[in-house]
Design a protein around this ligand. Structure first.
Ligand SMILES: NC(=O)c1ccc[n+]([C@@H]2O[C@H](COP(=O)([O-])OP(=O)(O)OC[C@H]3O[C@@H](n4cnc5c(N)ncnc54)[C@H](OP(=O)(O)O)[C@@H]3O)[C@@H](O)[C@H]2O)c1
Length: 280
């Protein structure tokens, strides 16, 4: 089995590369400078040359707030490029694994979002990712893995934002307590992607670490694990105006993942400990 990874310089891709290397898998990681997924001819050539059996699209326009003023670019990278990857996957008879987000939901649910729940993105980023989901579904063999609140050793993330605030001497830390989701360690996500791809599963699957919490709960855990005595104060979303609207509740149900794999999602708290050990 040969894997081709797009956006191979990113946070999820880095852990996927490590996980595949540890398993002795044959994979071709293509960073943005190796392959720009908006370039139709380059996508076709890369896939024809590599003849992969699995293409994992880790490329994306991921700056949620910047997307509000860069809609065209966000749609091109997160939407139309995925169409190119689906076509290339079909020509190579490869499985396309595409990564999507909890931000395709409107956050009004009272219970964890199921794979078939109605979407209703609140931001340009969310809408561009929804375009990507539709595009990925045009691959005859496809899996769309929705995930949430990622942190990993190879990218800027919430853990580093909190650490940065502590280092700056901010006290107390003010963190929103009215957005709920499921933080996910990218190394756990990488393992889940490999497990899903090996199952030959198709369609939509949610993977996120356990349990659900708010950003405030997550921040408190980070502060505790860092051994800091800084105070963490819960605040509401209204206290933090940001360009992009986030869903208030974006807890993903991982029921299908658990049923298909027979494995429960990992704990983000364990992931956080491993992250801090690895990143220092
Ligand atoms: N981060 C989260 O909390 C989160 C949550 C849910 C879902 N996701 C999804 O998870 C996936 C991976 O995200 P991540 O957190 O690993 O993001 P990331 O670290 O920003 O990685 C994305 C990678 O895509 C590359 N890229 C951007 N435009 C490209 C293009 N035109 N052609 C090829 N590569 C391109 C980026 O390169 P440059 O750095 O050079 O631009 C970067 O290396 C994305 O689909 C994202 O939407 C993320």
């Amino acid at each position: 089995m040969k894997w081709l990874i797009t956006g191979a310089g990113g946070m999820v891709a880095s852990d996927l590369r490590n996980a595949l290397a540890a398993r002795g898998e044959d994979f071709l990681p293509l960073t943005r400078s190796d392959l720009d997924i908006t370039d139709s001819r380059a996508v076709t050539t890369a896939v024809v040359d590599a003849q992969p059996s699995i293409i994992v699209n880790c490329a994306g326009y991921t700056r949620v707030d910047d997307a509000e003023s860069n809609e065209r670019l966000a749609n091109a990278i997160n939407g139309s490029s995925v169409e190119l990857l689906a076509e290339a996957a079909n020509a190579a008879e490869a499985l396309l694994v595409h990564i999507s987000t909890d931000f395709v939901f409107d956050g009004r649910s009272q219970r964890p979002y199921d794979i078939n729940d109605r979407t209703g993105p609140l931001s340009v980023y969310g809408r561009s990712k929804l375009l990507g989901e539709h595009a990925a579904s045009h691959a005859r063999k496809h899996v769309i893995v929705r995930t949430s609140w990622l942190f990993g050793t190879s990218g800027p993330n919430f853990v580093e934002a909190i650490r940065g605030q502590i280092q700056k001497g901010t006290n107390p830390l003010r963190v929103v307590n009215d957005q709920r989701g499921r933080p996910t360690y990218t190394s756990h996500l990488a393992d889940a992607i490999i497990r899903i791809a090996n199952l030959d599963a198709r369609g939509m699957i949610h993977y996120a670490d356990e349990p659900e919490c708010t950003w405030y709960d997550f921040a408190r855990a980070i502060v505790e694990e860092l051994g800091s005595d800084i105070a963490v104060k819960p605040v509401s979303t209204e206290d933090f105006t940001r360009p992009a609207t986030r869903p208030a509740y974006s807890v993903l149900s991982t029921e299908r993942y658990e049923r298909l794999t027979g494995v429960r999602p990992e704990s983000w708290r364990e992931g956080l400990r491993e992250y801090l050990e690895n990143r220092g």
